[in-house]
Unconditional design. Sequence first.
Length: 453
Amino acid sequence: MEPGAIEVRGIGKAYKIHPSRRAKLAEWLTGGLARNHREAWAVRDVSFSVAPGEAVGIIGLNGAGKSTLLRILTGTTLPTEGSFECGGRISALLELGLGMHPEFDGWQNASLSCQLMGLSREEIDRALPWIREFSELGEHMEQPVRTYSTGMQVRLAFAVATCVRPDVLVVDEALSVGDAYFQHKSMARIRSFREEGTTLLFVTHDPGAVKALCDRAILLDAGRVMRDGAPDAVFDWYNAMIAQKEAGTLVEQFESARGVQTRSGNRKASFESVELHGSDGAPRRVFRSGEHARISCSFAAERISKWPTVGFLLRDRLGNDVFGTNTWALATPPPDGLHPAASGNLVEFGLPLHLGVGTYSITLALHAHRAHVEANYDWWDRAIVFQVVKGDEPDFTGVVSLPVRAQFVPQIVFADVAPADGAAPSRDADRASEAAAADGDEPGPGGEPGDRT
């Protein structure tokens, strides 16, 4: 198989759950004849392929089977069914502290881990100084790992896993316990590997990291693959799945001219229409950077009696969140003495589009209270897609234009001015006198420097 390629075919992993220790012992002593257990499948019928150099994010709720799948692919546990192939050298950062002896110091654990990775003695000797430098552990490398904090363990484990470029890099959620500085440093290291052609399998709950690093995302639920596709579309389904935990919530995903759209909610209230207007009131899909826009959305409220919270979220072309707010956060008062109508309720948001050149989408949210995870009526991803072109604002880098003022500050120069008779000596004269005294050139009684007799 080509280095960096991964092929997974019907992988499954079951764990035996015995009712008691006695039943487990009886089954073991009889060679399985006294069968008395049930099987709990952590992963079932998982199939996918990864091309060399591709980055794939694996996401899902806790208990979905993400870590079990990575353990199978890295060889730390065996599958119950199915098969897989991984080409080339695999380097993994799995559970915190996995593969490290608490009584060994940093050097010993680093050396042992490198041997387990298959490095030669010469490669290990070259890697150890780099591991110390990258992890920034310094003198702590001489201390037992049991004295390390969780962040220090992550630093050592990541430095060891990335001391040489692997063909496949597998990263579980261990990086989430590190400090922000080391997370940025680690992400930069991962990006450099990606540029050199390393295949990446990345497990995290951070949508920003997946969208920034990965070409694809795979959503696992109850050990099975639910979605496999572009990160923004898969995360839309993932967010809808979280909201679906409320009874009666519907989730649908469909293709449209605006791309893959996901819509979820219990439909006690729902959006009827949405439009994006320019400052002249006309519907628009292209704006110049800095122009004013108005989002108008109409909703029906057939099964609720209180005014809901209405919100919007701007996302860039990669699906990264740019800005979002809602009527709860803005403390928008509803019409006095009125209940929402069965249909035709209108909400408008006005805002200046201080955005960089590019394509953006608007996601709408209709829910109770502060956030849509509490009582989600209707969540509509990519309800509108629009474009921002260059405007009259100065050139800038990024997705948001901020009001900035810049000026050169002139230096203040003190001129040497001789003091008038009776006037106080200048600050420069005082400094010169102090310097002369320090050099031993203070005038003596005779008026000559150094004449003290």
